[in-house]
Design a protein around this ligand. Structure first.
Ligand SMILES: Nc1ncnc2c1ncn2[C@@H]1O[C@H](COP(=O)(O)OP(=O)(O)OP(=O)(O)O)[C@@H](O)[C@H]1O
Length: 268
């Protein structure tokens, strides 16, 4: 497997509090009485890309959704343990969930633009936050579209429907929509699985660029992709964290046999 970018990484035991974006302690999650995550503890570093890997159904998306309390949309859910972000345990009763979610961007497998213009898609969250000043909105839309490498392609058609964009452009629009709120954390749930290989590479390059602005956590089934873009990778099996390490180590000399079996395609 080849590396797309040079990495300069600490080992996962070495992150200081200042270098940690998310600290998870003894997290257990059950959905509809189904025990999905079992005693997960992990520190996700700031301004790096961390990949969550593991076979289908192991709990990757559930872990991702634990970082912005998205699992709570499932009627019957139970969460115990702690998830610390910015010095707050986000499962504390006092946490304002809408504020938390506004600080964490999320992009899903399939682009889901609203049936409105490109401009309105990107400015949507800002307007919800009460920003009405046109110049401020214009500036934020331009900045987000530049960060998501879409500006040059859409600057002359901002008021066209977002649905007129290609799949890859729509996915970059989803990234722009998330970035408009200047999130500290960006959660990507299989963001390229519906895209062709070239567009995928383009989005991977974009992710690497974006870690300047935020911490990125990506769920991916694509081991080449995880090896190419991520700085760290966490291998999950049946709801347990089996191995967590810098990506160079995990993809070249994993510590656990289970990890090796998975990344070499022996199962999953
Ligand atoms: N709403 C739900 N109710 C009950 N069980 C659920 C619910 N959502 C997910 N699960 C179960 O939780 C487990 C983990 O699901 P999750 O989507 O987190 O896995 P995943 O690793 O992201 O899978 P995939 O790679 O296929 O997307 C699976 O066994 C799944 O069936």
């Amino acid at each position: 497997m080849f590396k797309l970018f040079e990495r300069n990484v600490l080992s996962v035991e070495e992150f200081s509090s200042a270098q940690t974006s998310i600290k998870v302690k003894n997290l257990h999650v059950s959905l509809n009485n189904n025990k999905v995550l079992n005693n997960i503890s992990i520190r996700i570093p700031k301004n790096k890309i961390t990949a969550l890997i593991g076979q289908s159904g192991c709990g990757k998306t559930t872990l991702l959704n634990s970082f912005n309390r998205m699992n709570e949309f499932i009627l019957s859910h139970e969460v115990s343990g702690e998830v610390w972000i910015d010095g707050r345990n986000i499962y504390d009763k006092r946490e304002r969930v809408s504020f938390l979610r506004s600080q964490i961007g999320m992009v899903f497998q399939r682009p889901n633009p609203f049936p409105m213009s490109i401009y309105d898609n990107v400015s949507f969250g800002l307007k919800i936050q009460g920003i009405k000043n046109r110049r401020k909105l214009d500036e934020s839309v331009e900045k987000a579209l530049k960060k998501s490498a879409l500006w040059d392609e859409v600057r002359d058609r901002l008021f066209d429907s977002a649905l007129t964009l290609s799949g890859g452009q729509q996915q970059r629009l989803m990234i722009a929509r998330a970035l408009a709120l200047e999130p500290k954390i960006l959660l990507l749930d299989e963001p390229t699985s519906a895209l062709d290989p070239l567009t995928t590479l383009y989005i991977e390059e974009l992710m690497v660029e974006l870690k300047k602005y935020c911490t990125i956590i990506i769920v991916t089934h694509n081991m080449q992709q995880a090896a190419r873009v991520s700085d760290y990778a966490a291998f999950i099996h049946r709801g347990e964290l089996v191995e967590y390490s810098d990506s160079d180590s995990i993809f070249t000399m994993p510590n656990k046999q289970q990890t090796e079996d998975y990344i070499t395609g022996r199962y999953g």
